[in-house]
Design a protein around this ligand. Structure first.
Ligand SMILES: [Zn+2]
Length: 419
């Protein structure tokens, strides 16, 4: 196998990683290297349960916003900008002596400035717990630009969950930043990231049979369709499925579909059973590894790898004997990305549904072996568990879980500002 297509794909992956959320960026002239964008005005609009922080700039910038607890804040990271704003901007209203304090606002105050070389930061102090709803960059015809950070009020529990997920995403992003291929990520090919969803099994291969006569190939297909439509609704992704009906697709063909589609992320959906105990439950995210993380993961990979045999196909050993150093490097970087996405999926899933006690494991899954496509296999739950089986059949559960997955995908493709 030639390494060239692999490298080209890698560059494409990193490019796609850098583009989402920036609206109007492509149409704007790049700022000269010696002058950073200038922030000319800043103001907050607040009404009811929503608040919007509005910056006006002379050039568009990409920003990333996330919440942080203790005290409750929203952090907005952006590339280096020059805040040319009047003193006391963002400091909120000082209490007036003898006057009753007004009810707490969502945005109590905000600070801004250089955070690190090439990186600026805005810190919003929250008077009431709120989540980041949207970050938008707009460009007007006269070349000026706006950055909008929209917040929506939530309760304390909702804020705590979001803050935990944000902290975990940050750790996972650090992992990706360590992968050398990140260096190739600076361009932008203008394409939305391609997500390939792989509903496990199909046709003659039914997969696991669970409680309440639940059949794996059917529940994973239903869920995959829901997930696909949730991803498409965002307008931020292109989505392909490895099967669109109840049909058998060999494991190697699933990998090929992903690579041919130019996948930036591959997610295989399954639902397991376990014979020795019915007490085991919750979702588990698997990544590929040469050595299984534990016995159960090894057994599961063995079982899932038999999908071809279930349909009467000869098992092909595709472990390959590629000893090219570049190929090895590519594969290592891809695994780092897969690992980072698995962590994000675990943290966002935990906010919506039940996780297995040991939610991130690894083993030699054949369907996860594309050397250049970050890939994970999600076991939605255990069909041998009464509660899991019942949940998987409910459409509300599917919607909630699919939304959690979209948030994990968003975290994975979030641009890294200032980089
Ligand atoms: Zn399966």
């Amino acid at each position: 196998m030639s390494i060239l297509p692999v490298l080209t794909r890698l560059i494409a992956i990193r490019c796609a990683l850098a583009v989402c959320l920036a609206v109007g960026l492509a149409s704007s002239p790049p700022a000269a290297a010696d002058q950073v964008p200038v922030v000319r005005t800043a103001h907050v609009d607040e009404a009811g349960q929503g608040a919007r922080l509005h910056f006006e700039l002379n050039a568009p910038v990409q920003a990333v916003a996330f919440v942080m607890a203790g005290p409750n804040r929203v952090i907005v990271d952006l590339p280096e900008v020059n805040f040319r704003l009047p003193p006391r901007t963002g400091q909120g209203e000082a209490p007036v002596k003898g006057k009753k304090a007004p009810p707490a606002r969502i945005v109590a105050s905000f600070r801004f400035g250089l955070f690190a070389p090439g990186k600026s930061r805005v810190v919003i102090d929250l008077g009431r717990p709120a989540l980041v709803q949207k970050v938008t960059t707009l460009t007007t015809a006269d070349g000026s630009s706006a950055l909008l950070i929209e917040l929506k009020e939530t309760d304390a529990a909702g804020f705590a969950i979001a803050a935990r997920a944000a902290a975990s995403d940050a750790l996972a992003r650090d992992l990706m930043a360590d992968a050398p291929a990140q260096l190739a990520a600076r361009g932008a090919d203008g394409q939305r990231p391609m997500i390939v969803i792989d509903p496990g099994h199909g046709g003659i291969d039914t997969g696991a049979l669970g409680k309440r006569n639940v059949i794996e190939k059917d529940v994973v297909f239903e869920f995959s369709r829901e997930f696909k439509s949730s991803l498409e609704k965002t307008g931020r992704y292109r989505v392909t499925m490895t099967r669109n009906s109840d049909v058998f697709v060999p494991l190697a063909a699933r990998v090929k579909i992903a690579r041919d589609a130019g996948a930036d992320l591959f997610i295989s959906i399954h639902a397991d059973t376990i014979s020795d105990t019915t007490g085991v439950s919750g979702a588990t995210v698997y990544t590929v590894s040469d050595k299984a993380s534990d016995n159960q993961a090894a057994k599961l990979a063995e079982k899932e790898n038999l999908a071809d045999a279930a349909a009467g196909l000869e098992g092909v050993d595709d472990s390959g004997d590629v000893s090219d150093i570049l190929f090895d490097l590519t594969r290592r970087e891809t695994r780092t990305y897969s690992h980072a996405f698995a962590r994000m999926l675990v943290s966002h899933w935990g906010a919506a549904g039940q996780l297995n006690k040991n939610p991130h494991r690894s083993a030699g899954f054949r369907v996860l072996k594309a050397p250049d496509v970050p890939s994970v296999l999600l076991e939605l739950g255990y069909l041998s568990n009464e509660k899991d089986s019942a949940a998987l059949m409910k459409s509300e559960w599917r919607t909630q879980a699919a939304n959690a997955m979209v948030r994990a995908v968003d975290a994975f493709f979030q641009p890294r500002p200032g980089g």
